[in-house]
Design a protein around this ligand. Structure first.
Ligand code: FO1
Length: 344
């Protein structure tokens, strides 16, 4: 892959970028970072959307990032490899199991992950094998090898994430979001180091609740973000100034708005900045929402406005601007933690 020289001002030596990733939004963004010269990329990926389907271990966000970095992610469909066939999924109709549509080539990945995990490999080890099988230079880490599962409450009913998002098409109203298992989950090997030692950490434009929120819910991650010496920036997942272009985008926006509303947040970029304000130094706002700049700066966060919906040909340029902006962000003074002597 011919690497793109990032914008001027980016280090002339190798530098490390760690990206906190969900699914679709992250898949589009990390390809730009990967295209930058002298960039060592580590993706820490949400696994709280994972579930078991047809006896197979499915990790949607890990797969979206893997396929994207391999250059084969199907952006139109929103998941899986491009040009995949659906013969097996069509055959599953007869047995009433086609609600979660897995392509034939995608099945190969789920079969191997399931086999390797059954043989005793951790999700992180399996992901490493998949990365090597695709010949990627980036590192892809699950946020945890322990099970964390996003659940949403609609009225009196708790729904598993894929049941809510896919089987019920994001239709049910969402009253509450929970990350089952998070309290006992440990960051996967390498995650804390990837966060604390990176020259720059970027929060990808992923769902702030179901993707980034789940990563932040893993004990130790927030602390690592607060204690790291380098800067951290977030790219907005919300662009209010333009209607979603296509149906899948509208579906993702609707789910994002519903989950943010369940957290008491309006579906706006400045609300996302507020959610991350405790650990970010900079925020990349879409130029169509430039009016929200003041509100975000009042949080003490630097702002860069850019076309965050850049088409594939402009992804490296966007990534270069984000990296240049991020490395230039002043590291916010970390508020000293005042440990009060425990009473009594
Ligand atoms: N999303 C859908 O809306 N419908 C599907 O049938 C579907 C199948 C699917 C299969 C494999 C996979 O890795 C992802 C798949 N997704 C599907 C997307 C997935 O639900 C989302 O990417 C994440 O859960 C949200 O980040």
């Amino acid at each position: 892959m011919d690497h793109v020289e990032p914008s001027p001002g980016v280090p002339t030596t190798e530098f490390a970028v760690t990206v906190l990733c969900g699914g679709f939004g992250a898949a589009r963004f990390v390809t730009g970072i990967q295209a930058l010269a002298r960039t060592s990329l580590t993706c820490v990926v949400n696994t709280a959307d994972d579930f078991e389907h047809l006896g197979l271990r499915i990790s949607p966000d890990l797969d979206s990032v893997l396929y994207a970095l391999a250059g084969v992610f199907d952006e139109d469909r929103g998941w899986g490899p491009v040009d995949d066939a659906l013969a097996c999924n069509d055959a599953l109709r007869r047995y009433g199991d086609e609600w979660f549509s897995i392509g034939d080539r995608d099945f190969a990945l789920h079969l191997k992950r399931t086999q390797w995990m059954r043989e005793g490999s951790t999700l992180a080890q399996v992901t490493g094998r998949l990365v090597r099988a695709w010949g990627l230079s980036a590192t892809i880490l699950p946020m945890s090898d322990d099970p964390v599962r996003t659940a949403v409450r609609s009225g009196m009913e708790w729904l598993a994430f894929q049941d809510y998002m896919v089987r019920r098409r994001g239709g049910p109203t969402v009253d509450e979001v929970r990350y089952d298992g998070a309290a006992n989950a440990r960051p996967a090997l390498g995650v804390i180091t990837a966060i604390t030692t990176a020259d720059l950490v970027v929060v990808a434009p992923s769902n702030p609740v179901s993707s980034i929120g789940a990563i932040l819910a893993v004990p130790g991650v927030r602390q690592a973000l607060r204690e790291r010496t380098g800067p951290t920036v977030a790219v907005t997942p919300v662009v209010s100034g333009i209607a979603p272009a296509r149906l899948p985008e509208a579906g993702r926006a609707r789910v994002r708005a519903a989950l943010m509303a369940a957290m008491g947040l309006p579906h706006r970029a400045d609300a996302v900045a507020r959610l991350y304000a405790g650990f970010i130094d900079g925020f990349v706002l879409d130029e169509r929402d430039a009016a929200e700049r003041g509100e975000i700066e009042s949080l003490g966060v630097d702002v860069l406005t850019a076309d965050t919906l850049a088409p594939p040909t402009d992804r490296a340029a966007l990534a270069g601007r984000v990296v240049q902006f991020g490395l230039g962000c002043a590291r916010r003074a970390v508020a000293p933690v005042i440990r009060r002597p425990s009473a009594g």
